[in-house]
Design a binder for this molecule. Structure first.
Ligand SMILES: Cc1ncc(COP(=O)(O)O)c(C=O)c1O
Length: 364
């Protein structure tokens, strides 16, 4: 008997597997949930209060234009509110961008260890994924350039990248953009931009204002600790904002999410504390694990990628048995690595103790 068939490409999608938040084999008691790059400080108390306040208005549709939030974002970042489009997580915006700008016969280019959503949204749009190798676990402009073709409609670049934690510099980003045809859209996914402390990083906002083919996506899921609310946004040139506003659901971001995000943006102290916490514990964890003899890839985000050649799964299991949930990297083609988010001090000490014990047991 015949049955409805999904569009070409859909059944080629390897479903996204989210990082675990619990596990049957974990011990009872405190868990260090370090598999999803969430903020260990949680959201701003002001965001929680604003969210709760919305409880009495749940029968009302939200502001479909997210006007207050867009105005607040524009003020906060010194950008134009007209170019801001909000989404149900930045994931939604990445999917809508692919839907708007790529289709059958088109190619979408991203790097080998780029964020796993890119192949999913590319195939969902019916387009063909093209992968640029990442020689040193870092996006490489020449590798991108070598794979551009007349069919390349979009380029996705996570900057900083998940899961490698690496970034490309402001001048490399300009260089990459300079290689593209004007009709090829460069989507810079800057989900971790708030954590970056290096001087040669560019969040890309100026490029959006300069060029019609650059879009930046951002999120409240990471530094602002609002992953559960699914609030992302894109800063777009006028044509792209117009396209996204045509295809997005008219009420794609909820009222409580908008209120919480507005309040979070108003709490500089909390955002600063989250940034400071990361700036302290990211180098600490990196140094401690390197001190144990492991390769830790340099990261500018809120997680690290650590090599466990030949025994990453065993290491993950050992960490889990000590209540530490790390992220396996098989789906990214990095089966010898684990990704570990920056957590609270006790999480970080638990990681180091469990890894040290694992290494001692492996050697013994
Ligand atoms: C690089 C990157 N982009 C986008 C996202 C999605 O974020 P959101 O929660 O806004 O959908 C993530 C989440 O892990 C990410 O790592």
């Amino acid at each position: 008997m015949s049955s409805p068939t999904p569009q070409p490409g859909i059944l080629d999608i390897r479903p996204y597997v989210a990082g675990a938040s619990t596990a049957a084999s974990a011990p009872r008691g405190r868990l260090s949930r370090l598999a999803s790059n969430e903020s260990p400080l949680g959201p701003s108390p002001r965001a929680i209060a604003a969210y709760k306040q919305e409880a009495d208005s749940l029968h009302r549709y939200p502001d479909g234009a997210a006007s207050a939030l867009r105005a607040k974002l524009a003020e906060h970042h010194g950008i134009d509110a007209a170019g801001i489009v909000c989404g149900n997580g930045s994931d939604e915006l990445l999917a809508l961008l692919a839907k708007c700008y790529a289709g059958s016969g088109d190619e979408v280019l991203f790097s080998e260890f780029g964020f796993l959503i890119y192949p999913i949204v590319t195939r969902a749009a019916g387009a063909t994924p093209v992968v640029a190798p990442e020689p040193s676990l870092r996006a490489d402009v020449e590798a991108f350039a070598a794979r551009l073709s007349a069919k390349t409609r979009m380029v996705f670049l996570a900057n900083p990248n998940n899961p490698t934690g690496s970034y490309i510099t402001a001048s490399e980003l300009r260089d990459l953009h300079g290689r593209l045809l004007p009709e090829t859209l460069l989507v810079v996914d800057a989900a971790y931009a708030e954590y970056v402390t290096v001087d040669d990083y560019d969040n890309g906002f100026k490029m959006v204002e300069e060029f019609d083919n650059v879009v930046i996506t951002r999120t409240f899921s990471k530094l602002y600790g609002l992953a559960g609310l699914r609030m992302g946004w894109a800063y777009c040139p006028p044509g792209v904002a117009d396209a996204l506003n045509r295809v997005r659901g008219p009420f794609n971001v909820t009222g409580p999410s908008q209120a919480a995000a507005c309040a979070a943006l108003g709490d500089d102290d909390h955002a600063g504390a989250a940034r400071d916490h990361n700036a302290r514990w990211l180098p600490w964890l990196t140094a401690e694990l390197r001190g144990l003899g492991l390769t830790v890839h340099p990261s500018v985000a809120n997680f690290i990628l650590v090599d466990f050649p030949g025994n990453a799964e065993a290491a993950r299991g050992h960490l889990l048995s000590h209540g530490v949930i790390a992220r396996e990297m098989d789906g990214y083609g990095l089966p010898n690595a684990l990704r570990i988010a920056i957590g609270l001090e006790e999480d970080m000490r638990a990681v180091v103790a469990a890894v040290a014990e694992f290494l001692a047991l492996s050697e013994g």
